[in-house]
Design a protein around this ligand. Structure first.
Ligand code: NAG
Ligand code: NAG
Ligand code: NAG
Length: 507
């Protein structure tokens, strides 16, 4: 009822030109729930402002977004699927990240595109003012963008992926911009730059050949349209912020909204048993979670043992996200929970440390709440996030494969130190200190693009030929010119000298 009143008010006020309400389409084809969760507060805010939102995704809205219509691609978003034993942490693993997400797209595109809900939706006669869509591992859903011919905005739930920059004409420079799957922060050594450059090229190639090409075929087959060319996107929202991930130059069409998913949140009361466990710990609480994708209980046995042996001797209590009922040899100061309100726990005054895999949502929440972290990155963007936190002295990074007894003990001691605590508090302060909140920023730009249709933010670098962009032709021109000048002066010089010599001889 309330929703209807808001929409009616919106239609009336649009007619009276008091405010503009738009028909917004959201396309979230990737089934990983954490990706969707980054942007959910944005959809809530848009709904509250009276816009009419249609969300194509794997996540059913639970009455927590106004003016929304779900077009569900499946019954279940993906959580708790990865087995930690499958990540070796070897050098080559990071070069296979792109292949891994390409495989993921292969597994999910066809099923999602075939879904009855989507197919019926595409048969309807709808018009949209603006489309928001995730830019991740495939273009198989971008036929939908072509169909509705409206301006579209990309959403990236991570730091920028290797293939994003050139679509928006952002500088691509592996000399100082770390690739998302390569955890080298500047300044990079020669060999790091060699590796970072290779990584960038491999990833861009992988996207073109193993994601874009098969995605184009699927898009044509199931939507009937060629996927939209992302060079035509109006804007990109990236889930990063320079206070955490470091500075890189961005055109106005790339907007950093890192922190958006926590900005308006107030920590809620914890569930009774967790509250009691936390409050009654005299030395504070350590919260341990390896994220929503990884099965906590797929911990290799020797590493589990190592952690438990260290935990046993700690004065703190530990709350561990763990999906099964029991854990072998569980010490008394460890409590297991299948699910926990992570944000509320991290912002609880008695929480002293967050042990995690370095996923961006949890890392951002820890930074927002100012809780030091011990990060055990496993794959994807986790090593980079961990390195970013470490670079501010606000946490400790321990490679997953190095997480054995002695290292765990040392890393924990360091992470619990006063220095890390102070650095994290300072980072948190910088991170939250914004001119405008990231959520308001995103809303502003969405309405801006819907209002001012046209490509006013488009960087002139887009679609420039490679040789022009890198000034190869100009460099060549000057090299030739310089060579000619040097050659001619040399020739003239030697002639002139020869004449002088002749003169001397005559005398
Ligand atoms: C909201 O969007 C849906 C498309 O999913 C459309 O059918 C409906 O008419 C729209 N409502 C308004 C009030 O514009
Ligand atoms: C972008 O859109 C324009 C007009 O809307 C079209 O002519 C052009 O081919 C599209 N693609 C690129 C890469 O610019
Ligand atoms: C994880 O993988 C390892 C080795 O491949 C296997 O032994 C173990 O049972 C798996 N664990 C879970 C929880 O699936």
């Amino acid at each position: 009822m309330l929703a209807r009143i808001v929409v009616v008010w919106c239609v009336v006020s649009t007619l009276m030109q008091l405010a503009d309400c738009y028909n917004v389409l959201v396309v979230f084809g990737h089934p990983g729930k954490s990706h969707y969760d980054v942007f959910k507060p944005l959809f809530q805010e848009l709904g509250e402002r009276g816009h009419n939102i249609t969300i194509i995704s794997h996540v059913k809205t639970q009455g927590d977004i106004q003016n929304v219509r779900d077009v569900l691609l499946s019954d279940q978003p993906v959580v708790n699927v990865l087995n930690m034993s499958s990540f070796t942490g070897s050098w080559i693993q990071k070069f296979l990240e792109a292949e891994m997400i390409a495989k993921f797209a292969e597994l999910t595109c066809e099923a999602a595109l075939q879904s009855e809900n989507l197919q019926n939706f595409l048969l309807e006669d709808n018009k949209f003012d603006i489309i928001l869509t995730e830019l991740f591992n495939t273009n198989c859903f971008y036929g939908i963008l072509t169909k509705y011919k409206s301006p579209y905005i990309g959403l990236s739930s991570t730091y920028m992926l290797s293939w994003h920059a050139s679509w928006f004409g952002a500088p691509v420079s592996p000399s100082y911009i770390p690739d998302i799957y390569m955890a080298y922060l500047p300044p990079m050594s020669f060999l790091q730059r060699v590796e970072n450059t290779l990584m960038h090229l491999v990833n861009v190639f992988w996207y073109k050949v193993f994601m874009e090409k098969p995605g184009t075929e699927l898009s044509l087959k199931y939507t009937g349209y060629e996927p939209a060319d992302l060079h035509n996107a109006s804007l990109l929202f990236v889930n990063s912020h320079y206070t955490l991930h470091g500075v890189r130059p961005l055109p106005p069409s790339i907007v950093e909204v890192g922190g958006m998913h926590v900005v308006n949140r107030k920590a809620n009361q914890l569930p009774k048993n967790i509250e009691k466990w936390t409050n009654e710990s005299p030395s504070g609480l350590i919260y341990f979670s390896m994220g929503s994708l990884v099965k906590g209980h797929s911990f290799p046995e020797n590493q589990l043992k190592a952690f438990l042996n260290v935990f046993r001797k700690l004065p703190q209590r530990i709350l561990w996200k763990w999906e099964t009922e029991t854990m072998k040899d569980k010490p008394d100061n460890v409590m297991l929970t299948k699910w926990a309100p992570q944000f509320d726990i991290l912002c609880h005054p008695n929480t002293v440390l967050f042990i995690s895999h370095g996923g961006l949502l949890g890392t951002t929440e820890a930074v927002h709440c100012g809780v030091p972290t011990l990060l055990l990155p496993i794959f994807g963007d986790q090593p980079l996030n961990a390195e970013a936190v470490k670079s501010h002295g606000a946490g400790v990074k321990l490679k997953w494969k190095d997480a054995i007894k002695k290292n765990i003990k040392e890393a924990l001691e360091e992470a619990l130190s006063t220095e890390k605590k102070q650095n994290m508090k300072a980072l948190s302060k910088r991170f939250r200190d914004r001119l405008v909140s990231p959520l308001q920023t995103a809303v502003y730009w969405i309405e801006y693009i819907a209002k001012n249709t046209g490509q006013y933010l488009r960087s002139p670098a887009i679609n420039m030929p490679f040789y022009q962009y890198f000034l190869l032709d100009v460099i060549l021109f000057y090299l030739v010119l310089f060579s000619v000048v040097v050659y001619v002066s040399f020739k003239l010089g030697s002639k002139c000298c020869a004449r002088k010599k002749n003169k001397i001889k005559v005398n």
